[in-house]
Design a protein around this ligand. Structure first.
Ligand code: ASP
Length: 436
């Protein structure tokens, strides 16, 4: 059994958190390859090391002394080192790093959060440290070269049967360090899982997996014990932010499960993310509910549109010209709605409407009030009747007016648009109705 074990920033935020990580690693001999994020916040008023590193950079750009910010970073690392009585000599490296900050690339600069946190963690666990720059091969466009990464790993495995690797960065063909998008250590764990053909990718964070709904809206929502990659992608896209949405791609075709677990409550079952979940006679109808505010819908009516060619594409061409991405496109016989992010059209909505009008000569064109979009996601919805009926009843009883409804092509989700101010009420009503 081989596990990749990744710990997020909150799991590495202090000496106390380091101790929890050690207990988790020592509890299972399969946990030999560890991926570490930069130390995160110790509490709500604290800062993430990565944010402080970006802040150093901003100081350099605006010609303000960055050293006071750097001293906070140094203090955080030394506090962990001293409290745990570690031997790794990071002081000299921190000094050298501090001097080089003005001339470093942004990517190299911010990658040092993961780098130093991992060196301390490797020392504390008694594991070798393996630099992600020597392992994760990235292309200039940010994509990954799995073949080269595999070869790099092979070389390292000739010497070590375990290691701690920093997440979030890799190296491009010219030798430069490149970081991934924020939260990218999740992707680093996934890359290792793929290239080492792991049996399981454990992702340890500060929540006990995915919840059926946002706990800021629904009180004590149920935990999701099992979810498919496809469902997770829908929920992540709609705002459920436990795992980086790109963490699924490297391992999806290899069918490696991801287990999301809580470093602070290792006894909790967490959420298991799988490619397929079989034999579910009584599986849940809905796996999760997620949503976002800030959309608007352009409602276009053109009578007898279904007998004409080029009406929808005409409108879409205008949106494409303005670089606006379309979220949903529900349509009827005499018209259709184009749902998009309000902020994508905040500067040129009226030009866009004017051009659409000119191009397809609609009978009417109207923009709705800002709207929220909510997705109810469930792999079992396509095999059972009644999901949309239940949804209409729940929202109707709660007095929520549905502005738009659309069903995803794979039938794992139903999307509804509601007025922004009805968002929380709608999520609660849907949860109440589907969480039974
Ligand atoms: N430290 C990086 C961030 O804060 C990457 C990560 O934590 O995954 O975004």
């Amino acid at each position: 059994m081989l596990k990749i074990t990744k710990f997020g920033g909150s799991s590495c935020a202090s000496a106390e958190q380091f101790r929890k990580v050690k207990a988790i690693i020592e509890a299972d001999p399969a946990r030999r390859f560890v991926v570490i994020s930069a130390a995160g916040r110790k509490n709500k008023s604290d800062n993430k090391i990565t944010d402080l590193l970006y802040l150093c950079r901003a100081h350099v750009d605006y010609h303000v002394d960055y050293r006071p910010v750097f001293e906070i970073i140094r203090g955080r690392f030394l506090e962990i080192k001293n409290e745990l009585g570690l031997k790794t000599d990071i002081e000299a490296d921190l000094d050298a790093f501090c001097e080089r900050i003005p001339e470093m690339s942004v990517d190299e600069l911010v990658s040092r959060g993961e780098y130093f946190t991992s060196r301390l963690m490797a020392d504390f666990l008694g594991f070798p440290f393996a630099d992600a720059a020597d392992i994760v091969a990235m292309e200039f466009d940010g994509s990954f070269n799995f073949e080269k990464t595999g070869e790099n790993l092979k070389r390292i495995l000739e010497q070590h049967d375990r290691f701690v690797m920093p997440g979030f960065y890799g190296r491009t063909p010219d030798g430069a360090i490149k970081v991934m998008t924020r939260g990218g250590s999740d992707i680093s764990g996934s890359i290792l899982a793929r290239c080492l053909k792991a049996d399981l990718y454990e992702n340890w964070t500060d929540v006990s997996g995915f919840l059926m709904a946002d706990p800021r809206i629904v009180k004590d929502p149920r935990n999701i014990e099992r979810i498919t990659y496809a469902e997770l992608r829908e929920l992540s896209y709609m705002g459920a932010s436990v795992l980086h949405e790109d963490a699924i791609f490297p391992i999806r075709e290899y069918n490696i499960p991801i287990h999301v677990l809580n470093t602070n409550r290792p006894q909790d079952p967490g959420t298991l993310v799988l490619d397929k979940i079989k034999d579910e006679v009584n599986g849940p109808l809905v796996t999760g509910i997620a949503g976002k505010k800030g959309f608007l819908s352009i409602e276009i009516v053109k009578r007898n549109m279904s007998n004409m060619v080029g009406i929808v594409s005409g409108a879409l061409q205008v949106l494409e010209k303005y670089g606006v991405s379309i979220e949903h496109l529900p349509s009827g016989i005499d018209g259709f709605n184009v749902v998009l992010h309000a902020k994508d059209v905040e500067h040129n909505l009226y030009e866009i409407l004017g051009e659409i009008k000119e191009k397809i000569q609609p009978d009417s064109i109207r923009v709705t009030e800002p709207m929220a979009v909510i997705a109810i996601v469930g792999r079992n919805m396509n095999s059972r009747a009644g999901s949309s009926g239940k949804l209409f009843t729940a929202l109707g009883n709660a007095g929520v007016n549905i502005r738009m409804i659309s069903q995803g092509s794979s039938e794992i989700d139903i999307i509804v648009g509601v007025a922004n101010q009805d968002f929380e009420k709608a999520v609660r009503a849907l949860y109440q109705s589907f969480a039974q």
